[in-house]
Design a protein around this ligand. Sequence first.
Ligand code: ASP
Length: 314
Amino acid sequence: MPRHLLSIADLDRDGIERILARAASFAEASGREIKKLPTLRGRRVLNLFYENSTRTRSSFEIAAKTLSADVTNFAASGSSVEKGESLKDTVQTLSAYDPAAIVIRHPHAGAAAMVARWTPAAVVNAGDGKHEHPTQALLDVYTLTRRLGALDGKRIWIVGDIEHSRVARSDILAFTKMGAHVTVCGPPTLIPRGIEALGCDVRFTLDELREADVVYALRMQRERMRDSYVPSLREYVANYQIDGRRLGPRQVLMHPGPVNRGVELSGDVVDSPQAVITAQVEAGVVVRMAVLYELLAGARANAPEPATPGPVLA
Ligand code: ASP
């Protein structure tokens, strides 16, 4: 396990499988009446969120508390960030409280890697702009392997706003490392040029969607759009919405949340038995417990510190 989790590129298939196995063992324990484990007792976890979040922030908090860590939630709004304090000064200030881990979400790509250079804490990227969201990808792989078994040879279509999606980037890397075949699909304006270099195919229509074992729909990231990328939302819905007509009965439906019902997904498919959206949310806790465990209590965390600081794994 690397010292930080900044990108799925930090992990090989063995590393991903190790986290999934650890998450599965935590899932077994979560059925017990007393859910807390003493593993991180006396350690501090700092959640540093510069962007809105429902699932990621709450599940990191629950995960850290279930491992008995002391958790502090820091939201940029209401803090000295609003008085002009920089990210670097904020991180160095908060590092004085000696956190074992900093979980950071930030609107700028690369922010988590910068934080890792400014703090002795282990850093977990909880979403940096449109770059990556590695724990989302890990919980997606966990959810899918529980539903389908090994992902080798499975066909996964990721549909929608690929351009602005950190989930798409992390998922393409994670799914392909696990042996799946990934196709991204959306309007040409929302597919970044050169995305094939990540190991996926590209389609601009849903004509061949029926070949997919898994359909992964994405939200339009309107907060990251400076221009208008589609002629109209109505046209987008007509061409790319996953609805009961387009989704086959054996296809698994995923979405990272928050869903915009009636846009990327019709309401009926959100509530259909093929949707594993709630299972993804549930998996968020055990997978984030596994990540914190591996970073803070796993074999590497017990190894002696090198005399001089090593390179940041990004
Ligand atoms: N929750 C995911 C993210 O933070 C997906 C989304 O916001 O659409 O990237």
